[in-house]
Structure formats: C-alpha cells, structure tokens
Design a protein around this ligand. Structure first.
Ligand SMILES: C[S@@+](CC[C@H](N)C(=O)[O-])C[C@H]1O[C@@H](n2cnc3c(N)ncnc32)[C@H](O)[C@@H]1O
Length: 267
C-alpha cells in the first residue's frame, strides 16, 4: 500500500520591485486559501507564491508549476484542435449536436485538474463549466483563466469557461449541459506515462493515490443528471470507473492509442 500524506503548503507574497506588486485578483485568491504566510522565501517547502499577476506552486525541490493558457501545449491545442481533443469531442457528441442545432453544446467538465481538456474544449467554440474540488488546484486554474482573459483570442476562450470550486457530486445536480466529462486520476498501475508529465506529478503529490474520487460516488452522481451523455476518460485496458456496474443503459467506447473514452448514453 502506498503511504501518502497531503503536503503542508505555505503562502509567500513576492513583492519584488520589477513586477509592479501583486495584482488585486491574485492577492485575493492567495488570501482566500488561508494558508500560513511566510515573510521570506521559504526553502525546501511547498510554497504557493503570488508574484505580479501570477500564482505558482513550488515543490521542495524547487520545481515550479503555474498554469499558462497562452503558452506551449494549451495554445497549440487551441490553435490546432489536435487528435486527442477530436476524439474527446466525438465522444461528447459535439459535432452531432452542432449538425442538429447549429451550435456547440454546453459541456460540464466535472474534474477540472489543470484545465487542459476544458481549455481545448472551449477553444472549439462551446461553453464549458469546470468543477475542481482541490482548493490549490482550483486557485491555480482560476488565476490562469483570469490572466488569459486579458489576451485577445485566449480571452474569448477564457470567457467561455465558468469555473466552480467544490465536489462534483454536490454541484452537478444544479447544473445544465449536454454532456458531463469525467477525467479522474488514472489507477496507480497505469500511471507510468502520465507521471512523466510535471503537471501530473504535482496532482499526484497534492491528491494522493486515490485522486480524491475512488469511492464510487462520482460516476453514479453524473449518471443521475439530466444530460445526454456522460464520458469518462480511462487508460486503455483499465476497468471502467467504479459505479459503472450499476448502469443498465447503453455504453459505447472510443479508443485512441493510450486512452479509452467510455460513453454512457442517457438518451
Ligand atoms: C486527472 S485530473 C484532470 C485533468 C484535466 N482533465 C486536465 O485536462 O487538466 C483530475 C482532477 O479531478 C479533480 N477531482 C477528482 N474528484 C473530483 C470530484 N469528485 N469533484 C471535483 N473534482 C474532482 C481532482 O482534484 C483533479 O484535479
């Protein structure tokens, strides 16, 4: 059995001279978390730092995580609508909906994480409501969306995303949408490839082996909502998410080289 304990995280306000101070939005986010505040840069600790407009989480080994939708892969995915997102869009039935109604449907991403999938979905042109339960992950995501909102095309994408903080099981019954998307953490034995990515390493350290939703509540909660379908991302060859065994409706699968999307059709 893996031994895991949640890291103790401290806050640091980096008011370095050349940044013009910490932005009010960033400052407010940091304060809302109620973390112990350090007056000097802490060494060898988990630190959430507010610097200018940016919130960043640093591990004890000095490796830093910030979410930036204007850079790297997120930008590429937005521009190119890569193959991975096309498979997810098919699983969610986005194009079929557009053919029927002339616009993309609203989707609920109930396991927001670092927001990569939500960003890619919103970049296709539809509205996405994102739920994230972990306060630090939620704060990093809220900060990234806030920063992106000030940048041209990225701003348009960011404004199509609504971010909520809380447990999906509790929030889903209040929400409307065409489809719910679930991407919980992969089972431990399937994590090798995902673990090579920095963002996933941070999530595993923050969330622990269960990823906070191994208790079989999430899928049944999603399946009770008034949506057309629920899509669950799994590694190829993995068991369906706990709760699938109670489902009596139609279930189909879409596969790409490393990933399987289980589609639960409600109507
Ligand atoms: C694998 S990550 C999702 C990655 C995301 N799809 C992306 O593109 O970045 C899973 C996330 O779901 C969140 N999560 C797990 N169970 C949840 C629940 N019941 N309600 C809300 N969020 C949950 C975790 O905190 C974690 O941040």
């Amino acid at each position: 059995m893996t031994c895991w304990s949640a890291p103790d995280i401290v806050a640091y306000r980096d008011t370095g001279n050349n940044t013009g101070g910490i932005s009010p939005a960033c400052s407010e986010l940091l304060d809302s978390l109620d973390l112990p505040l350090c007056s000097r840069i802490p060494q060898a600790a988990w630190v959430l730092t507010a610097h200018g407009e940016e919130l960043a989480l640093t591990r004890p080994d000095g490796v830093k995580l910030t979410i930036d939708f204007n850079a790297g892969k997120a930008r590429h995915r937005a521009a190119e609508s890569g193959k991975g997102i096309r498979t997810l869009a098919r699983a969610l039935g986005l194009n079929a909906y557009r053919r029927q109604f002339g616009e993309l449907p609203a989707v609920i991403d109930a396991t927001g994480g670092l927001g990569q999938d939500a960003w890619a979905l919103a970049s296709l042109g539809g509205r996405v409501t994102v739920i994230e339960q972990h306060p630090i992950v939620h704060a990093l995501l809220a900060n990234a969306l806030h920063r992106a909102a000030g940048h041209g095309e990225a701003g348009d994408i960011a404004r199509r995303i609504v971010l909520l903080h809380g447990l999906a099981e509790k929030l889903l019954p209040e929400l409307d949408g065409h489809a719910i998307y679930l991407d919980p953490m992969y089972p431990e034995r399937k994590r090798k490839k995902a673990d090579s990515r920095k963002g996933m390493q941070f999530l595993h350290a923050l969330l622990g082996p269960s990823g906070s939703c191994d208790d079989g509540q999430l899928l049944p909660a999603a399946l009770q909502c008034a949506v057309s379908r629920v899509v669950v991302k799994r590694p190829r060859g993995a068991e369906p998410l706990p709760g699938a065994e109670q489902w009596r409706g139609q279930r189909t699968c879409l596969e790409s080289p490393n990933t399987r999307y289980d589609v639960y059709h409600r109507r």
